[in-house]
Write a new protein. Structure first.
Length: 391
């Protein structure tokens, strides 16, 4: 066969494979996961690996540098037959592709990847981008398979959409019923847990149930349908946990630590979102208050200084995005009032007093009258203004 004809044949294979691949019957793979077991795992073949490359957007950490081992994940591109049932956060398994086994039977699992995105290309059809650690097997031809799953993702999405419809109409009982049906079809679908949690919050007395649903969504957060939905969840979860921190007589230290992690991940999704920085500021402020209760001496001072610096940085970034917000200036007044009291008799006293005055003016300016301002806070602002010589 001439080189030109071979190239043409290859191109046609890719082209028509992309057009008609979805109509092919599902192929079963019987893969061995462990050398200690003779029982293969039944899987569905979903595609083939077409490239493996080092993920360039990851930097080697300090531990990896010291060990002289690159621990960055590999970026894997897969050509798939049908995108149905494949979603971000899902784990796919790589099998040694035996070219003599057309039915892909009796393969060995040699790696696994986490799906990051599913997309369609004009020429090659549907593809998946994933991440995994494949340095030892990157040069081998590999088949990609998905374990036979008892969950029904597509049906779960449909039930969730019906629940969204009822929730929008204010029919909470019907919404809860459909959300629970969605969860029964796919228990690890975070979008539904998030939606159900929001409905429980609307009930007024469903905070325990809401917290459970949010925890499930957080546990499976890598499977959110898209980044925007994940960000909305992060914002709602931070808002929810902050309220618990302020109203619970015995606030959870574990939740406070989780809040910092949520804020960090939210900033990675969208660092230009106002609420992301607003909640980052509030969380750092709560952490600084918590430090006074759980530690003392030099350790407490180092920790407190760290949280104070983080709070001030987050506040500054939030105000660059939006200044005309009563809530953030009210919160800033509480923060700087506490710092002013703490720094009395130190070089920092005047700095925090002046910031209290500054945010006090903005708070009064943007107050619509819908929220009552603490009397004690107003007295503190008045005292700061007086000591500043404003009147």
């Amino acid at each position: 066969m001439s080189p030109a004809r071979a190239i043409l044949l290859l191109a046609c294979t890719f082209f028509f494979g992309g057009l008609f691949g979805q109509s092919q019957e599902e192929q079963l793979a019987f893969a061995f996961r462990s050398q200690n077991s003779l029982e293969p795992t039944r899987m569905i073949v979903v595609g083939d690996v077409i490239s493996v490359e080092k993920a360039s957007d990851f930097e080697a950490d300090k531990v990896a540098a010291e060990l002289e081992v690159d621990t960055r994940p590999d970026a894997v591109t897969i050509k798939i037959r049908d995108p149905k049932g494949i979603r971000p956060g899902q784990v796919l398994y790589l099998l040694e592709k035996n070219l003599d086994h057309k039915t892909f039977r009796d393969g060995n699992i040699v790696g696994m990847i986490t799906v990051k995105s599913v997309f369609q290309t004009t020429f090659f059809g549907w593809q998946v981008r994933g991440e995994g650690y494949l340095r030892l097997i990157e040069d081998r031809p590999m088949t990609v398979a998905l374990p036979l799953d008892t969950t029904k993702y597509e049906e779960a999405v449909l039930a969730k959409k019906k629940g969204d419809y009822f929730a929008a109409k204010g029919k909470n009982e019907e919404a809860i019923r459909m959300y629970k049906k969605s969860i029964s079809l796919d228990p690890k679908f975070p979008d539904t847990h998030f939606a159900l949690g929001k409905v429980h919050i609307k009930d007024g007395e469903g905070y325990i149930s809401a917290k459970y649903e949010f925890m499930q969504a957080w546990k499976n957060r890598e499977r959110f349908s898209n980044k925007q939905e994940k960000l909305l969840f992060y914002l709602e979860y931070m808002r929810f946990l902050i309220v618990l921190q302020k109203t619970d007589l015995n606030p959870s230290e574990e939740d406070l630590v989780k809040l910092s992690q949520i804020a960090k991940e939210a900033r990675l999704i969208n660092e230009k979102n106002y609420e992301v920085w607003l909640y980052s500021f509030e969380i750092a402020y709560l952490q600084s208050l918590r430090t006074n209760l759980i530690a003392d001496g030099k350790t407490a001072r180092i920790q407190k200084d760290g949280w104070t610096a983080e709070a001030e940085s987050a506040l500054e970034k939030a105000l660059k995005i939006r200044k005309a917000d009563f809530y953030i200036h009210n919160l800033a007044c509480e923060f700087f009032n506490s710092k002013w009291k703490e720094m009395r008799g130190t070089p920092k006293e005047k700095e925090y007093r002046d910031k209290l005055v500054e945010h006090g003016k903005a708070m009064k300016l943007y107050n619509t009258g819908e929220t009552n301002i603490s009397v004690d806070l107003l007295k503190a602002i008045h005292l700061a203004e007086k000591e500043s010589g404003l009147f």
